[in-house]
Write a protein that binds this ligand. Structure first.
Ligand code: DX5
Ligand code: ZN
Length: 230
């Protein structure tokens, strides 16, 4: 199944809430971009503890474009999100060791964290981990980890801002990763538009994140539908 996920970059909590409300009727997931001004030049809203104040049925994934994600991981895991995505490039010292530590931590949350935004008391959902790769980073760098991940996010642009053009050289990378793993969720983020979404799906992606194609459209509902129909 192909999933279209709106990407939200918010300067402040109000903007985040507003954008969630805007897309809520049309999608199942939302992708929140978190930036620290260090891993990428810009910074965004970043208060995991406040996230629970948003009462929504949407599943939330946070794309952490931050250095040393392990430091704030606990806060994000407790925030009631369904998936956390960290950047391979943000793990500077001993990245393999750090990714192992992160994988363990997320796994241990698996059976403890309900999704509070769904107001489901008894059922407990697994929390998922994704790893994002910048356009220049070969996917083979995380080959050994792929089997333990829910998802690999391949950036179609350099992380940091919305509205950039998709880099076509990512297409062979998507294809190669799909050949390596038939069942992996391959998410593509950055530059996804109605004009190129078909190519990206044909290369092997099954989750498509779109920021400007949705939020800069005059009609959000139509923008989501247009991406779905391609
Ligand atoms: C880029 C972010 C993306 C971005 C997508 O750093 O991770 O999620 O907001 O926006 P568009 O679709 O406009 O490239
Ligand atoms: Zn993103």
């Amino acid at each position: 199944m192909i999933e279209i996920i709106p990407a939200i970059i918010a300067e402040e909590f109000r903007e985040l809430k507003k954008k969630i409300r805007l897309v809520e009727p049309y999608v199942d997931w939302v992708h929140i971009d978190i930036m620290d001004g260090k891993f990428v030049p810009h910074s965004t809203w970043s208060e995991p503890k406040k996230l629970k104040d948003i009462n929504t049925n949407l599943k939330i994934e946070t794309h952490l474009m931050i250095l040393d994600p392990f430091k704030t991981l606990d806060d994000w895991l407790r925030a009631g999100i369904s998936r956390v995505i960290i950047h391979w490039e943000s793990l500077k010292l001993n990245p393999e060791g750090q990714l192992k530590k992160i994988t363990e931590k997320v796994k241990n949350y698996k059976f403890q964290i309900p999704e509070p935004q769904r107001r489901v008391k008894k059922r407990i959902y697994p929390l998922r981990l994704g790893v994002a790769l910048n356009p220049e980073t070969p996917w083979q760098e995380i080959k050994a980890f792929v089997k333990n991940l829910d998802l690999v996010l391949l950036m179609g642009v350099n992380p940091g801002r919305s509205g950039q053009s998709f880099r076509e050289e990512i297409l062979p990378k998507i294809k190669a990763l799909r050949e390596f793993s038939a069942n992996l969720n391959i998410e593509v983020d950055g530059g996804v538009k109605p004009e190129n979404i078909r190519k990206i799906i044909e290369a092997g992606a099954n989750i498509l994140v779109a920021g400007s194609a949705i939020f800069e459209a005059r009609n959000v509902k139509m923008a989501v539908e247009e991406l779905r129909q391609r």
